[in-house]
Design a protein around this ligand. Structure first.
Ligand SMILES: [Zn+2]
Length: 429
């Protein structure tokens, strides 16, 4: 391990002594069951975080995303941004964490909202994704203040909502109002769970779409009098298998996506339905299906333009329209996000990487996330490119039952965050 100047050695030692603090803060955050949807307990969780930082001299703002999807008086979309200005000119380093969690689901062997601390881990829904990361960033910043390093510039910590449902009431809403753009903010670290020794520079793109095939209804005993939309959909599936999937598998990317299986284009058939209503019970009526619907979830690479991603699906549907008697379709866009990738030699990625080397004594891995997260809004709406995800959680534990975060990983991540902050606030620009 490299030797840091004495002041930084003291800073690291101070963070080492805060293991109990980071575990307790994570536990306290887990105890707010901020389940999304519907978006429970956002206000109390935001206030808990804001109150802790206000006591440390942060200026704290609570921002309700009025008009955002899901925002109601029962489920207000409340975000918190805490800002501490040193009074000396310098850049702003912003730590952004989402405070919402997904529903616990089945399979837990412990209470998902107790925040049990056991075996060097904190357990519960959101431990890994991403209240442990949020706690690490708070401990990092508090240790910097306690150390009295007299740093220039500004530090911000935000707790934002709705990341799990697209971020529209959270980072997107705030970014539209300038909270994630220069000159207010210069560097963003999002402590999502990508593993303590990885620096995540971006994510793949997403396109969700719905394909509907049409047929003609008839009596099921005389299907020749109708035209089955389900058989037409079967023809679509067949083209996917023989044409689209092989094409996707042959593509390679310079994006270092993890896990390695996700380092290519992917297509998930999210749902497919045709004929008798789903959820219906009893004997079906004898009918030829006149409609079938499929929802696809296409994840794409920075090398693939979105119009090409869309046209290779549309081409299959157009070919079928020409080649297959009675085939007609509708293709509807549901949702899309372009891929995002920050420069790994940019200020925030290189500062975090150097800090990983110093704290963990090993080479950091630069990665991209298989799915998207709020970096998309910082990039596209905020037009701020210097953004990474870096946090202590283990990627594969996100959204799983018996989710946990390692206390030592949080301590190490807090050290990396603190050192990276020092580097970013003091770098010569
Ligand atoms: Zn997350």
């Amino acid at each position: 391990m490299n030797h840091a100047p004495p002041a930084l050695e003291r800073l690291l030692a101070r963070i080492s002594s805060r293991a109990d603090d980071v575990a307790q803060l994570t536990r306290d955050l887990i105890r707010f069951p901020t389940i999304n949807p519907p978006g429970d307990e956002y206000g109390p969780c935001a206030e808990y975080l804001g109150e802790r930082l206000r006591k440390r001299g942060f200026e704290v703002a609570y921002l309700r995303a009025e008009g955002a999807p899901g925002d109601t008086d029962r489920y207000p979309r409340i975000n918190v941004i805490a800002r501490r200005d040193s009074g000396k000119p310098g850049p702003c380093v912003h730590f952004n964490s989402h405070i919402d969690v997904v529903a616990p689901g089945e399979g837990w062997t412990l209470d998902p909202f107790e925040g049990l601390i056991r075996d060097g881990r904190v357990w519960g829904r959101g431990a890994c994704d991403m209240k442990g990361g949020l706690a690490a960033s708070v401990i990092a910043v508090e240790a910097l203040l306690d150390e009295g390093l007299d740093l220039p510039g500004v530090i911000e910590i935000s707790g934002t909502v709705d990341e799990e449902s697209g971020g529209y009431g959270g980072v997107a809403w705030l970014a539209e109002r300038g909270f994630f753009s220069p000159p207010r903010v210069d560097h963003v670290i999002i402590p999502e769970p990508l593993n303590v020794d990885r620096v995540c520079v971006g994510h793949r793109g997403v396109w969700w779409a719905q394909i509907e095939t049409r047929g003609r209804i008839a009596h099921g005993s005389m299907p020749f009098l109708g035209d089955s939309a389900i058989r037409h959909m079967g023809a679509v599936m067949e083209r996917f298998e023989t044409r689209l999937y092989p094409a996707l598998a042959s593509r390679h990317s310079d994006m270092p996506v993890v896990p390695p299986e996700a380092r290519q284009s992917s297509l998930n058939i999210n749902s497919i339905h045709g004929g008798e209503e789903e959820g219906f019970e009893g004997l079906p009526a004898p009918l030829v299906a006149d409609r079938a619907r499929m929802v696809i979830d296409r994840r794409f690479l920075i090398e693939e333009p979105l119009d090409q991603v869309k046209s290779e699906v549309r081409d299959i549907l157009e070919d079928l329209t020409r080649e297959r008697a009675g085939f007609s379709y509708e293709l509807k866009d549901l949702f899309e996000v372009a891929p995002s990738m920050a420069d790994r030699n940019g200020p925030v990625a290189s500062a975090a990487a150097a800090a990983v080397r110093r704290v963990l004594g090993r080479e950091p891995q630069f990665v991209c996330s298989p799915g998207t997260y709020d970096q998309k809004h910082v990039d596209r709406i905020g037009r701020l490119k210097d953004c990474i995800a870096y946090g202590p959680g283990v990627l594969e534990l996100a959204h799983q039952p018996d989710e946990w975060v390692g206390i030592q990983d949080m301590v190490d991540a807090a050290k990396v965050m603190a050192l990276a902050t020092v580097t970013l606030l003091t770098r010569v620009r």
